[in-house]
Design a protein around this ligand. Structure first.
Ligand SMILES: *[C@@H]1O[C@H](CO)[C@@H](O)[C@H](O)[C@H]1NC(C)=O
Ligand SMILES: *[C@@H]1O[C@H](CO)[C@@H](O)[C@H](O)[C@H]1NC(C)=O
Length: 353
């Protein structure tokens, strides 16, 4: 046998084993991800944050303001914690689980909590109630964010019905619309699907008079507006698109505008593979390579968007040096409170000026 035949056969064997490995182990069925064309120059204003509860708040993804006027957050050690006016954080309620995400206040003083795998929960002095763990016969395993309307209905997102919280990055690589917007009816105690086939529905927020609801579609770099009242009731339109990052939690600001946190799902390497289903299919078959390519400490960015969908302000920490992976921004009494999935504090920033 000549060396050419040996090399050719060896290459063929390698190629076949790669194809077999990918066919057996790649958990995704990817589509190309369309990247936004927009970008904003850095201003690094988020580098000015004060670090609240530093060291004691592990990965505080979201915050909310309770009916008692106190700030609440949920941390990765399973606690709902609240901030007292003397500046101390109380371990308020233990929920458990490893993926506490969105929080929202209830009219009755309780707090609504999304734990990705446990579903939609409600906690207060009366204890913990599990509101929803499944919908239309399918299990919820990526409960992400919720909001209560004044009639007691709770709208919440199930970011992906294919990949759970621990595999969110595979959902990004797949770039399909695996998520849904759900509604919990407090009278019937049932949950229904409001919108299906959403591309990682994440934050949800209601307009001041509850005539529409906003929901983030993170992998589409846009937020949708779903009409709850009026002539357009039941219809959906794009509220804002081509955002320079993936929209995460959305919070209504006191003046009727919205704060949207934008997470970074791009990097030099990721930008090369996002458009290519084949590259993503192969990559996803190698968990160690997937870990390597995940975005790490990266740009923190939040935008303030008016009710007509126009961006009024952008604040960032360009290299994520002080605060990174900001997932929520809540405005209260002239300050912005910033949840994040990279550190053990909540950022607090004065908004004056
Ligand atoms: C702060 O206030 C809370 C609630 O009133 C109280 O339980 C806590 O002991 C106080 N902490 C300090 C350090 O004063
Ligand atoms: C949603 O996606 C499913 C599965 O891909 C498809 O069968 C269904 O028709 C889609 N529904 C809508 C409303 O697009």
């Amino acid at each position: 046998m000549s060396w050419r035949i040996i090399v050719a056969s060896a290459s063929l064997v390698l190629l076949l084993s790669l194809v077999l490995h990918v066919a057996l182990h790649s958990p995704i069925s990817p589509l190309p991800l369309a990247l936004p064309s927009s970008s904003f120059p850095p201003n690094n204003l988020l580098k000015g944050v004060e670090k609240l509860g530093e060291g004691s708040l592990i990965l505080p993804e979201d915050t909310c303001l309770g009916k008692d006027g106190k700030l609440y957050t949920a941390t990765r050690d399973g606690w709902i914690k609240r901030l007292h006016s003397n500046g101390s954080w109380e371990n308020w309620k233990m929920i458990g689980g490893s993926s506490l995400l969105g929080l929202a206040p209830c009219l009755d003083g309780d707090i609504i909590v999304c734990e990705a795998y446990k579903g939609l929960l409600k906690v207060g002095e009366g204890g913990l109630t599990v509101l929803a763990t499944e919908v239309e016969g399918t299990k919820i395993f990526f409960a992400d964010d919720a909001i209560e309307a004044s009639d007691g209905s709770i709208y919440f997102s199930d970011a992906s019905s294919k990949f759970g919280f621990d595999n969110w990055f595979l959902d990004l690589l797949e770039a399909r619309s695996n998520g849904r917007l759900l509604k919990y009816d407090p009278l019937k105690k049932t949950t229904s699907v409001v919108l299906a086939n959403l591309s990682f529905p994440n934050g949800v927020a209601l307009s001041p008079n509850e005539d529409y609801l906003l929901v983030s579609e993170t992998w589409k770099f846009r937020c949708l507006k779903y009409w709850l009242k009026g002539e357009l009731k039941g219809s959906t339109e794009v509220f804002i698109d081509n955002l320079p990052g993936g929209p995460d939690n959305i919070n209504l600001a006191p003046d009727g505008s919205f704060w949207i946190a934008l997470i970074q799902v791009r990097s030099r390497w990721l930008d090369l593979i996002h458009p290519s289903p084949l590259a993503k299919l192969v990559l996803a078959a190698f968990p160690k390579a997937v870990e390597l390519i995940k975005p790490k400490k990266n740009r923190a960015m939040v935008v303030n968007v008016e009710s007509d969908g126009k961006i009024r302000r952008m604040l960032d920490d360009y290299d994520g040096g002080v605060i990174s992976t900001v997932t929520s921004a809540l405005e209260h009494e002239g300050y912005l409170y910033l949840g994040n999935l990279r550190s053990n504090f909540i950022g607090k920033l004065p908004l004056k000026g």
